[in-house]
Design a protein around this ligand. Sequence first.
Ligand SMILES: [Zn+2]
Length: 125
Amino acid sequence: MGQQFGRPTLWNSLKRGFRRTCPRCGQGRMFAGYLTAKESCAHCGLVFEPLRADDAPAYFTISIVGHVVVTGYLATESILHPPVWLQLAIWMPGTLGMTLGLLPFVKGAVMGAIFSSQAKRGRAF
Ligand SMILES: [Zn+2]
């Protein structure tokens, strides 16, 4: 067989996934497009198909962005008291931008976490 890899820690797998690189080797790219995972790692050959994140990345992204937006809206309101139209003009595109900007990285991190949990259970990787 080829290269041997130590068992990845959850933290390492999360970091590598968040960088959108392979959770096992941290070298190969995990995505072919915005959210489309490649079939396998070009560097170590890890097959990405079993790392199905389903809708967990969307859930986590909405949860993170929701906290930022609600906190930001309320803080802006209580400190600066801007008109509602200005608040909406800032936070509505902000919500969309943060969601779309964060989603691919959260998806990578979720796939990294799945890889870590499957590797710990002794699946063949
Ligand atoms: Zn790899």
